[in-house]
Design a protein around this ligand. Structure first.
Ligand code: SF4
Ligand code: SF4
Length: 69
C-alpha cells in the first residue's frame, strides 16, 4: 500500500508467528491492519488499512511481521 507517498508491503511469516494476537490489539496497530478469520488462526496483514508507520515490524515479539517492500 501507499500512504502519504510512503509505500510499504508487509506479511506475517506463519513459521515465526506464535498467534499471540498482539498485532490484533489496537495498541500495536492503531489502524487495525491485522485481521484474522477464525479465532486461533494466525493473523494476516491487510494493506488497505495500513498507514506505513512500521510500528508492527518492531513490536511483534516473535519477529513475524516482515517488511518486503
Ligand atoms: S504479534 Fe507477531 S507473533 Fe503475535 S500474532 Fe501478531 S504476527 Fe503473530
Ligand atoms: S505499519 Fe503501522 S499501520 Fe501498517 S500494519 Fe504496521 S502498525 Fe499497522
Amino acid at each position: 500500500m501507499q500512504y502519504n507517498g510512503v509505500r510499504v508491503e508487509l506479511f506475517v511469516d506463519d513459521d515465526k508467528c506464535q498467534a499471540c494476537d498482539l498485532c490484533l490489539a489496537n495498541e500495536m496497530c492503531h489502524f487495525n491492519a491485522f485481521k484474522r478469520v477464525e479465532k486461533g488462526e494466525k493473523p494476516f496483514w491487510d494493506g488497505s488499512y495500513c498507514r506505513a508507520c512500521l510500528t508492527c515490524v518492531m513490536a511483534c515479539p516473535h519477529g513475524a511481521v516482515i517488511k518486503i517492500g
